[in-house]
Design a protein around this ligand. Structure first.
Ligand code: 1CP
Length: 374
């Protein structure tokens, strides 16, 4: 093959095999199968561009700040009444085309017995980092019973959402390991990146454990009614393609293998992943989330036009004057037409200081008949 020429990526089936979902699941009973989100995730172009925002629930919403007063983040995640209500808040307010279950990537780690807390203003912090073979050997399985508050929160959210699909999510093994090995948020995830080479056996054991824990978290959300899932490998952009493919991708594949038999669309997202898009798609997902560092038409060129894309409004633009932001959103929608289908989103999460009315305005723009749809 000539230099620069790329081998085609394996085609994914757009026909969903939903035989293993319960009859009452919203994809089976008619509530969400024809929604614009699910159609776009399958590669169709619905009449309006579906839109939702990563971190749409959270501190940008006054109703979130009010309902969260007096509870810790993890307590809120494990209280089905709170997690379902917080999931519904941005859907009611903005009219987005999907809810994303309010939880956190470290919730399944907590449910598996890891001493982790979410510290306000900082993020997930562990009582003790997991770094040695002995640390990894002491990790416990995630028991199905422990996922009951997640299943109940999802079921309540799905009941409240009606015909709007719920997206379930989980952290990918590398991003989870970035917290487990470092013991908390870090800038460059250096200890984790060292461990994968310094002690590959411990690394493989840790990522294998994380894949099964996070896979079980995904499966519980889908069986309780989520119509799609997103695997967040937020920090994977710090890796080379060869480290990703040899030391990380097999475990991300192992994580999503927990839901493959359920036939729901799977989205894969990370930050700074322009060089990794093809390898991240090749683990066997349906849709690629793209951050704001590369334009969607370029992402589509790298992946092939048959891959549905999600993204990629620059979160920094949310605080710019509306005409500047509007021109940017229109540009994102135009570039998204390079792909077979496009789900409008941000290139990363909603910054907490965002004016929520700006998000509502973006939804109205995406749904407006004046926006050209292919
Ligand atoms: O009290 C609070 O409000 C704490 C802030 C907060 C919130 C609202 C955290 C702490 N997590 C969440 C919810 C959350 N986390 C969602 C909610 C659903 C929605 O989108 O509306 C989701 C999808 C996540 C996933 C998550 N947590 C990721 C992947 C997505 C991403 O942003 O890259 C990551 C990396 C985390 C870790 C985490 N949890 C919280 C923070 C501040 C962080 C990042 C810390 C760091 O910088 O390393």
């Amino acid at each position: 093959m000539a230099v620069g020429q790329r081998s085609p990526l394996p085609a994914r089936s757009t026909i969903l095999n939903l035989v293993n979902l319960p009859a009452s699941h919203p994809l089976i009973d008619g509530r969400t199968a024809d929604s614009s989100l699910i159609r776009a995730y399958r590669g169709d172009r619905p009449s309006t561009t579906p839109v939702w925002f990563m971190r749409q629930a959270g501190r940008s919403l006054p109703e979130y700040r009010a309902i969260r007063a007096g509870s810790t983040m993890l307590d809120a995640c494990l209280d089905p009444e709170l997690s379902s209500e917080i999931t519904l808040q941005p859907v009611r307010r903005h009219g987005v085309d999907a809810g994303i279950f309010f939880s956190d990537i470290v919730v399944p780690l907590k449910l598996a017995g890891i001493d982790v807390d979410i510290v306000p203003g900082r993020g997930p912090v562990l009582g003790a980092p997991i770094r040695s073979a002995a640390d990894v050997a002491s990790l416990r399985r995630l028991e199905l019973d422990a996922l009951a508050p997640i299943a109940e929160g999802v079921a309540r959210a799905v009941a409240g959402l009606g015909t709007t699909p719920l997206i379930g999510f989980a952290g990918a093994p590398f991003t989870l390991a970035a917290y487990l090995v470092e013991g908390g948020p870090s800038k460059d995830h250096l200890r984790a990146r060292t461990l994968m080479h310094a002690d590959p056996a411990t690394w493989d054991a840790l990522l294998g454990w994380a894949a099964d824990v996070t896979g079980a978290f995904l499966r519980a959300q889908v069986l309780a009614g989520a119509s799609a899932v997103q695997l967040f490998d937020s920090w994977v952009g710090s890796l080379s393609v060869s480290d990703y493919e040899s030391r990380v991708a097999p475990f991300s594949h192992q994580a999503i293998a927990h839901v493959t038999d359920l036939g729901i669309p799977v989205v894969h997202f990370g930050v700074g992943t322009g060089e990794l898009l093809r390898s991240m798609y090749a683990i066997g997902v349906d849709v690629m989330g793209v951050d704001d560092r590369i334009p969607l038409d370029e992402a589509s060129r790298r992946l092939g036009a048959s891959v549905p894309l999600q993204g990629n409004i620059n979160p920094a633009m949310l605080a710019a004057p509306w005409p500047v932001l509007e021109a940017h959103v229109r540009d994102v929608i135009t570039r998204g037409r390079a792909a077979t289908s496009h789900i409008l989103n941000l290139g990363h999460g909603v910054p907490p200081e965002t004016d929520p009315d700006v998000l509502t305005r973006i939804v109205q723009l995406a749904h407006a008949p004046s926006v050209v749809h292919a």
